[in-house]
Design a protein around this ligand. Structure first.
Ligand SMILES: Nc1nc2c(ncn2[C@@H]2O[C@H](COP(=O)(O)OP(=O)(O)OP(=O)(O)O)[C@@H](O)[C@H]2O)c(=O)[nH]1
Ligand SMILES: [Mg+2]
Length: 304
């Protein structure tokens, strides 16, 4: 399946929700007055674009109408799409820096899809002929190491772990960084815990992990990727804001866009954190991870 088809399929529920709502709104006169624009804003909020981003989109629509005098259904739809595109920004991707060790730290609350994304990314880069190592730094949950090891087997990737539960994540990261340097790996992917006793513990642990990476591999290209779960809607946005504030955050990946009617979350999260969305999870399978493309996303979210 091509990228566009994958996105279209993944975002079907959101698209149906949004475009049928839009069509219903416009059905009467085919033109938008103030009240209808308010209703359109509400529709955007309900598609999980978030209040601030939805407001900005509708302000943009109003400014366009003022400028052109065109409040027709087509013109309004075009304005909405353009404003969404502006909020998402230009396409950005996670790229490996060639000829050096790249370290990708996967962070996010429990159940969002970190381990699955780690496995999918391992497969992607193995297929490109890269030397990849996975680090099982989620030592909080009993089955976490086993889950990552299963991905290691499936993708034929070395997994660095410290067998027993309750091992120190920082010690796993220390070992993994040394292994990655010694083996001249292209990419070390670090899977971290999503749940600790409280948020402060989680953030402290992430800081500790970062300190160790920077100390042990100062020349590596270190990036962090926050994984959020689209199905949790505005909760995912709140999480992203918290991580953007407390942990150094480079990129965002959104999982479970398949089947979620909350696809607008991508717009909300980009608006509220100012960080680029680079990856989209469109299913549980090992191939169901794609680079996030704002143009394709908007074409999939809205019916052209
Ligand atoms: N439908 C769908 N399911 C996904 C996607 N990504 C992950 N999942 C599923 O979500 C569930 C949780 O994924 P994990 O990768 O274990 O999440 P995690 O963030 O590592 O969770 P913790 O280790 O508990 O913090 C699993 O059942 C995955 O198969 C996706 O893009 N689409
Ligand atoms: Mg996990």
């Amino acid at each position: 399946m091509g990228l566009f088809e994958s996105f279209k399929k993944g975002l079907e529920s959101t698209r149906n929700f949004f475009s049928s709502g839009f069509t219903r709104l416009a059905a009467g006169s085919g033109h938008f007055d103030e009240d209808m624009l308010d209703e359109l804003e509400e529709l955007l909020v309900r598609a999980d674009c978030g209040v601030p981003a939805s407001e900005e989109i509708i302000d943009g629509v109003k400014a366009d109408i003022k400028k052109t005098g065109d409040d027709s259904q087509d013109a309004v739809y075009g304005s909405v799409r353009r404003k969404m595109r502006e909020i998402l920004g230009d396409k950005q991707s996670y790229e490996l820096v060639p000829g050096q060790l790249n370290i990708l730290l996967l962070i996010g609350v429990n159940g969002t899809g970190k381990t699955t994304t780690a496995g999918k990314l391992a497969l992607r880069y193995k297929k490109q002929g890269k030397k990849v190592i996975l680090a099982a730094a989620d030592t909080f949950r009993a089955a976490a190491v086993e889950q990552l090891k299963a991905w290691g087997e499936r993708t034929d990737t070395t997994v660095i772990s410290q067998g027993s539960d309750g091992a120190d994540p920082a010690a796993v990261v220390f070992d993994a960084v040394h292994a990655a340097v010694a083996r001249k790996a292209d990419l070390l992917i670090i899977d971290t815990a999503g749940r600790l006793h409280n948020k402060k513990n989680l953030m402290d642990e992430l800081s500790k992990i970062r300190r160790i990476i920077v100390r042990e591999a100062p020349d590596a290209s270190l990036k962090s990727l926050l994984i959020i779960d689209a199905t949790t809607g505005q909760n995912a946005v709140l999480q992203a804001e918290a991580f953007a504030e407390a942990a150094e955050l480079d990129y965002i990946g959104i999982t479970k866009l398949d089947g979620s009617a909350k696809g607008g979350v991508a717009i909300s999260v980009a608006y509220n954190t100012g960080k680029p969305v680079v990856l989209a999870g469109l299913g549980e399978g090992e191939e169901d991870l794609v680079d996030f493309d704002p143009d394709i996303f908007i074409d999939s979210l809205t019916e052209k």
